[in-house]
Design a protein around this ligand. Structure first.
Ligand code: AMP
Length: 412
């Protein structure tokens, strides 16, 4: 499925294209039609699933065709960091739409407070706020909620854990009763159910269950430039203590190249790719299962199907495009409560992809130093969007746009 199937406004599709989004994630596939149909929603989905875009996109689409603009949408989030991240996504997607947004959170200086106040007085379409700070702004009388059409509670379970229940209820009392309410939460404990019963109206329920990697898997990663990958894998496998190794690469070409290179080292290695006949593939797989072969290389086709006991190392020669593929790939080791290691090579262009994986699995993967003789590794700056190597781009630059595709001027 593509985003074109949602009949979005063409300018929103331009924003999606500029952000580099082509295919909706499962939560987006399920939530977007519900939100476009103006129904209430309760969604169980965690960070990393694409939940932000799942509500931001249909809301932006609704806003463009709405008579009620300032203030149209309120998003409540537990922390300043999340509010900033949501605001960044809103800004990126709405670039061609002329929809405005402002994040409101505490901890800033006076200038930020005045800026927030001025933006609200000037009329803003979307506010993304932490509950405490919003209450302070409400008390100043600067926010008018009469036009509000959408309320979103993002990471609702965390907001309740942080003691925001009363604040949320106080804020909701200020809002029009006729509105669309969307609640997103990573978990669904009884207190979330109780809140949902109180503030949602006949909601549609969506549950995106994410399988987590088994506890027994030791996850590690190397930050590398592409040119360093070959040497690194040679070193890892040359004096290997591993008996059964599965290597994933993203393309058939890199699978074949790796196969040739590792052969040269005298390793018992074979590859599976789409150029092989089915019987040949089955034969190679049998050899690997029977431990006649110690290393098997393949693409993601291998990650779902194969069920081989005793794989003790999985290497991701590159970062899989879809975070769920990472879980499937590394799940080939440490099966049935045994232990195993999963090592991922992250080149400078794949750092954002890997960060998405880390958010999905809810932990940071240890980055190991490169072995001696391989040169200097790139540093980890996943917040930087790159379409060229890290050493050619200044770190810390934050933009939702892909390199030079950023338009020069916001269209009128
Ligand atoms: P979230 O779960 O909303 O925190 O999103 C996690 C990350 O996935 C963010 O960096 C998004 O920019 C990215 N993302 C969300 N949806 C998509 C998509 N359909 N295609 C590519 N990246 C996405």
């Amino acid at each position: 499925m593509t985003f074109h199937e949602f009949s979005f406004n063409p300018r929103l599709l331009d924003g999606l294209d500029a952000m580099g989004f082509s295919k909706p994630t499962p939560i987006q596939e399920q939530a977007i039609p519900v939100i476009l149909a103006k129904k209430d929603l309760i969604a169980c989905a965690q960070t990393g699933t694409g939940k932000t875009a799942a509500y931001v996109l249909p809301i932006l689409n609704n806003i463009v065709s709405s008579e009620k603009r300032h203030l149209n949408t309120l998003v409540l989030a537990p922390t300043r960091e999340l509010a900033q991240q949501i605001d960044q996504q809103v800004e990126g997607f709405s670039y061609f739409l002329g929809v405005s947004s402002i994040p409101i959170y505490g901890g800033g200086d006076g200038a930020t407070w005045d800026q927030q106040k001025r933006a609200m007085e000037g009329g803003v379409d979307i506010i993304i706020a932490t509950p405490g700070r919003l209450i302070a702004q409400i008390a100043m009388g600067t926010i008018k909620f009469d036009h509000l059409e959408h309320l979103v509670l993002d990471e609702a379970d965390r907001m309740l854990d942080m003691g925001f229940y009363e604040d949320i209820i106080r804020i909701i009392k200020e809002l029009p009763a006729k509105r669309q309410t969307l609640l997103f939460s990573a978990t669904m404990p009884p207190k979330i159910r109780a809140l949902a019963n109180r503030i949602l109206n006949n909601p549609t329920e969506i549950n995106i269950a994410i399988s987590k990697p088994a506890e027994g898997i030791l996850q590690q990663a190397y930050l590398v430039y592409n040119e360093q990958k070959e040497k690194l894998i040679d070193q890892l496998l040359k004096d290997t203590k591993y008996n059964s190794v599965l290597i994933f690469a993203s393309t058939k070409e890199s699978v074949k190249k790796l196969d040739r290179n590792l052969h040269r080292l005298g390793l018992k290695v074979k590859a599976i790719h789409s150029d092989l006949e089915q019987v040949e593939r089955e034969h190679v797989l049998r050899e690997f299962k029977n431990k006649q072969l110690s290393i098997l290389i393949g693409t993601d086709v291998l990650s779902r199907g194969i069920d081989v006991e005793g794989i003790d190392l999985v290497i991701n020669y590159d970062v899989p495009p879809d975070p769920e593929d990472y879980i499937h790939r590394i799940g080939r080791t440490a099966r049935a409560a045994s232990t195993g290691t999963a090592i991922t090579f992250i080149n400078d262009l794949d750092q954002r992809k890997f960060y998405r994986i880390e958010s999905l699995i809810g932990k940071e993967v240890t980055k190991l130093p490169l072995p001696d003789g391989l040169g200097e590794a790139p540093s980890y700056h996943p917040e930087v969007r790159r379409d060229k190597p890290a050493h050619k781009q200044s770190a810390g630059k934050r933009s939702p746009w892909r390199g030079n595709r950023r338009p020069k001027q916001r269209p009128k």
